[in-house]
Design a protein around this ligand. Sequence first.
Ligand SMILES: C[S@@+](CC[C@H](N)C(=O)[O-])C[C@H]1O[C@@H](n2cnc3c(N)ncnc32)[C@H](O)[C@@H]1O
Length: 367
Amino acid sequence: MPYIQDLDDPDLDPNMLLFHHAQLGSICGMEDALKKGANINSCFNLVGSSALHFAASCTGRVGTDAVRWLLEKGIGWYKTDENGLTEAEVAKAHGNEESSMVLRECYVHSEYLVYYKALGGDDHPNNSNPFQKMRMDHEGDNKHFCRSSVAYTRPLGAPDDEVAMICATREQHGTGVMMEWERPIMHETARRLLDGMPRSGLRVLNVGFGIGMIDTYLQEVHPAEHVIIEAHPQCLAWMRSKGWYDRPGVRILEGRWQEFLMAIPGSNANPTNDIGDVPRPIDIGKFDIVYFDTFAEGYHGHFAFIRHVPRLLRGPGSRFSFFDCRPHWVCCRYLMTLLPWLPPHVLISPGFSSIEKLPHGTTMTWA
Ligand SMILES: C[S@@+](CC[C@H](N)C(=O)[O-])C[C@H]1O[C@@H](n2cnc3c(N)ncnc32)[C@H](O)[C@@H]1O
């Protein structure tokens, strides 16, 4: 908590003044601090709490008004403090349900804006909000990632058979692409996707091999056809070394999925292809199961892929699922957003409770 002895001290850091008034829920005080030069996006003591965290910790109506005011002023949101709590979580921890709800709605609203932009295929808005900007900068990096260096490595202290796929560039060294902790998610996803599926003549498509967790689980039922689209040359080399090219029924399409799924028939909007993608004119077929889990794609890539899904599904009972590590309530909204523009024969199965337990997308069923 910022402790200030003398509010009239002319040498007082205006950011401290901002934090002080935010935690009291004083809008006049925060206005004064901004006039004195406070940076609305500054963080206290470098520990991560912003004025929004402090306002979120303020109880009652005063606190909620302060939160709303800061949001209207354009403060960055969805930041974690030193305890790893977002502003909404801080509000909840201090018993301010209304502030928590306002903050959650704000996150969802911002997600929507990004979604709709992605749906329209437009460039993302040039937003000056630093936190938002950070997220957007991350998007569109997919091509760059597919050409960058990765490593297959055994995490320090992990058992001999454990492997992680990590970024090996200077800027992103060590960032996990696929890690062991994701195994239960992949296992459960494969279980749900395969549950009740006919075992004979099964056709599955997985986009993004990583360390092959989900493909290994899908292989357990010996699909008649198992197509894997994988873009990264080092991943492809690793797959070769592990014998994936020789497995019966496995067909590996080397390249970005964007190269194989270029045009959406009957659709004017074609957000899929990026400039410079070389189309591969092959019909990859239709599948009983489609799974999607790539890296550095952003919303644009997600949406673009999902638009292809209806025509990749083979028929009634076919299933699609994808990895999504955002909070479950954001995933739910995301799925609701998809509904209006999916063909009427495609249903999203109402298994939202499952998302609460698993941080990934749900199953879409061709009905
Ligand atoms: C998170 S890993 C997938 C992990 C996988 N689900 C598993 O169970 O191990 C993402 C993979 O997608 C691949 N990838 C990234 N962008 C791609 C793209 N545009 N097309 C195809 N593969 C892509 C990456 O090279 C990486 O192997």
